[in-house]
Design a protein around this ligand. Structure first.
Ligand code: PEP
Ligand code: MG
Length: 753
């Protein structure tokens, strides 16, 4: 009954609000009428609206009950006093005796000392606080739950008015607040700089009309959207049966549960019954979910609320028929803003128009980040509230070199950034000029520079960089961006195209390194305690040999009449290599007996990524055609420091005497055995590290395409023999890191870093 009462009074309030908005008059007059209306409706002696006037302050914009002289004079910092506290935490405060509250800040000009009880709610949309709506009474009373609900509904409508600019000429304050420049910090997921125009990957819930004209009609619209949502989730769940397992299916089941959840639907209906349009009701319920999300620290519950948030978004899409941005509407300098996205979604966009990506979530190892790095697309992740703070069409700077994003940057920031970009372009031009030049050190050592690739788009880089070949082709990326397991014919087609594009330059295919953090969308995802040391790569291949067999079959077919270089990931024992090679041999036999043309040459090697294999090199080397050092994994296991865990990933330096001694020893063993060794971990792409690797004896490096230019420039200025003589004795120093010494050496000898 009480709730129905609240819906009734909200309805009356909203009807009057609509009349105020429809009537003539400037924004200040409207605000004045609004506060009078709310005060009367809620039987409050005071009703005030505080609006945000800049990033740090709120200003009293209208009041009924407080001293009118204080309007546009009284200001509070965000976090100052009770009103500031409501804004800072974006949550309501309901106090019987406000003056006794430790945060109460006395503003003498307002004359509020006679009022005791206070109910304040934030004007909030997404993460952005636009202001605070407050009612006060002389008596010490506690406002009922229905009153809080009702004030929140009004606040929601007011927020939409303020955000849409309908009240903007009252003070001009809000407009400035909504368009203030912002700087967000996050985590760089793919390096680089970008300047462009914001595009929201998912359309935001746009509430053009908040107050319903016909409640029955709004209820029908909501019910129809809920029905469509349920149907679509049910359909997804039905069709996903064969291809999904584990977590992915669990997510859908959670969606299914929420979509049929009575509490959720009831909340939406109540919001409509209180006089809101269906869109506004969805927004209102979504805000509540988000407010709860901010308070909850349990990661599991947060995830579930995030699912609910996502589902709310889908409901809105059913209501409005809104889709993501159409291809033809994409600006030429698009910066995508999204909560998160999958790699396939990213690839749906026209790469030639994409400049950068900003995500609220995402991690360095997320698939979208891997694909973005392959595309050389700067990506910032963990930028909280980005989708709410950025409006479509805003100018955005993605500075993934310093892990920051500028939204609506000021002219100064833009100018400084343009200079950085120009400097970057000059550098790129300088590296492009080195393209045709072989990487020969000053003392005449030829270093083979190769690129790491994983998608067809990478291959363009072979020509752009003038690299000698592809030192590491991560075949799993194709599998990760496919919605279902690529069939053998599809794989053959991909591998053929890679070889065509390589035009005779060597390509080292690595068989699937899935598991760990690289989960296929159609793979049963069984969470493990330590995925990096879990069931991944060759271990999956040993337990499920069909996958490896089919991949090798495809590789053999694609390389008929050409050279095939193939290597296995995460091999920990010689025996694993032997078993994998036996599967390959079996496939060769099978192909030959079927009369199939075979590769002209076949080289079989292994990645060196697990320390245990280093201690079997003497046995291993006579059996392999080559090895490739994967320092990303090798050194995380060497130091027992998870490469994904930022607390420890930089704790030990790869330029420590211990790591360098290990790498030196590996190279020496390979040389002694006369077996080619290349180096394809990330450190090969950093000039200082690459300098040390060549001094340790490595002559073949493979890296991200963007690193070829800087590494080549370094090599051209290096006397590697002289450095080797200097470095070797340092390996027995008990120092934490040789980085500083190496940097000083480079500076002293004019080596370009
Ligand atoms: C490595 O571990 O160094 C490597 C190149 O493999 P990935 O980064 O794909 O694990
Ligand atoms: Mg690895």
């Amino acid at each position: 009954m009480a709730i129905a009462g609240s819906a009734d009074s909200s309805r009356v309030l909203l009807r009057h609000l609509r009349e105020i908005m429809a009537a003539e008059g400037d924004a200040q007059k409207r605000l004045d009428r609004i506060v009078r209306l709310i005060a009367a409706n809620m039987v409050a002696e005071v009703c005030s609206i505080y609006l945000r006037c800049n990033a740090e302050e709120l200003e009293l914009a209208a009041t009924e009950g407080l001293n009118p002289e204080a309007v546009h004079k009284t200001r509070l910092k965000i976090g100052e006093g009770l009103v500031g506290d409501i804004a800072a935490h974006a949550r309501p405060l309901n106090l019987q005796n406000a003056q006794a509250h430790p945060l109460f800040a006395f503003k003498p000009e307002t004359g509020e000392e006679v009022y005791h009880s206070l109910l304040g709610v934030p004007l909030v949309r997404g993460g952005r606080v636009f202001g605070v709506l407050v009612v006060q009474n002389r008596t010490m009373r506690t406002y009922t739950e229905e009153e809080v609900e009702s004030l929140q509904t009004v606040a929601m409508v007011l927020t939409e008015m303020v955000a849409s600019g309908a009240l903007q000429d009252a003070t001009g304050l809000v407009d400035r607040a909504a368009t203030l420049p912002q700087r967000l910090e996050g985590r760089s997921l793919s390096p680089g700089y970008a300047l462009g125009t914001a595009v929201l990957h998912e359309p935001r819930i746009e509430v053009k009309r908040s107050i319903a004209e016909n409640i029955g009609k709004e209820r029908d619209r909501l019910d129809a959207a809920v029905k469509a949502l349920r149907n679509s989730v049910d359909r997804l769940l039905d069709t996903s049966h064969e291809i999904m397992g584990g977590e992915s299916r669990e997510i859908l089941e959670t969606y299914h549960m929420f979509a049929h959840d009575r509490g959720w639907i009831e909340k939406l209906r109540l919001a409509v019954d209180s006089g809101l349009t269906a869109e506004a009701a969805i927004r209102r319920v979504q805000e509540e979910t988000r407010a709860r999300m901010h308070e909850i620290t349990d990661p599991y519950l947060r995830e579930r609320l995030a699912d609910l948030d996502d589902l709310t978004h889908r409901l809105y899409q059913h209501l409005s028929g809104a889709q993501g941005p159409a291809a033809e509407d994409l600006p030429d300098d698009a910066i995508l803003i999204a909560r998160n996205m999958g790699p396939a979604e990213l690839l749906d966009y026209d790469r030639s128009k994409l400049r950068g990506v900003v995500l609220e979530e995402g991690s360095h190892s997320s698939h979208v980040a891997i694909v973005a790095r392959a595309l050389q697309l700067p990506v910032m992740g963990r930028c909280e509230d980005a989708t709410d703070l950025v409006d479509p069409g805003d100018t955005v700077i993605v500075d993934a070199e310093h892990a920051q994003v500028f939204i609506r940057p000021t002219e100064d920031v833009l100018e400084a950034f343009r200079q950085t970009l120009a400097q970057r372009e000059r550098q790129t031009a300088k590296y492009a000029a080195l393209r045709g030049r072989p990487a020969i050190t000053r003392d005449g050592e030829r270093i083979s520079l190769n690129i790491n690739a994983g998608l067809l788009v990478d291959l363009r880089q072979l020509d752009d960089t003038g690299a000698d070949g592809i030192g590491l082709y991560r075949t799993e990326l194709h599998f990760m961006v496919h919605a279902s397991m690529p069939k053998v014919v599809e794989q053959v087609e991909i591998y053929r195209r890679i070889l065509d594009r390589a035009e005779g330059r060597p390509v080292y295919f690595r068989t699937l390194d899935i598991g760990g953090d690289k989960i296929l969308p159609y793979q049963a995802d069984e969470r493990e305690e330590n995925p990096a040391m879990g069931w991944r790569a060759i271990r999956i291949a040993m337990d499920r040999p069909a996958l490896l067999k089919l991949q090798l079959r495809a590789l053999l077919r694609a390389t008929a009449g050409r050279s095939l270089n193939v290597m296995f990931p995460m091999v920990a024992e010689v025996d694993e290599f032997r078993r994998a090679r036996a599967i390959l041999r079996e496939e060769v036999r099978r192909a030959a007996s079927g009369g199939q043309a075979l590769p002209l040459s076949l080289k079989v090697g292994t990645m060196l990524e697990v320390p245990s294999l280093v201690w079997q090199l003497k046995t291993l080397l006579p059996e392999v055609d080559f090895v490739s050092v994967g320092s990303n994994d090798l050194l995380q296991f060497f130091f027992a420091a998870d490469r994904q865990n930022e607390r420890v990933s930089h704790r030990y330096d790869v330029l420590s005497p211990s790591a360098l001694s290990l790498l030196y020893w590996i190279n020496a063993q390979c040389r002694k055995a006369g077996k080619p060794v290349s180096f394809c971990g990330e450190m090969a792409g950093r000039p200082l590290e690459a300098m040390c690797l060549t001094a340790l004896g490595y002559r073949s490096l493979s890296m991200n395409a963007g690193s070829v230019g800087p590494v080549k420039e370094m090599l051209l200025s290096l006397d590697v023999g002289a450095l080797a003589a200097e470095l070797r004795p340092m390996l027995s120093l008990g120092e934490r890191s040789l980085r500083e010494r190496m940097r000083e050496y480079a500076e002293k000898h004019g080596i370009a870093l």
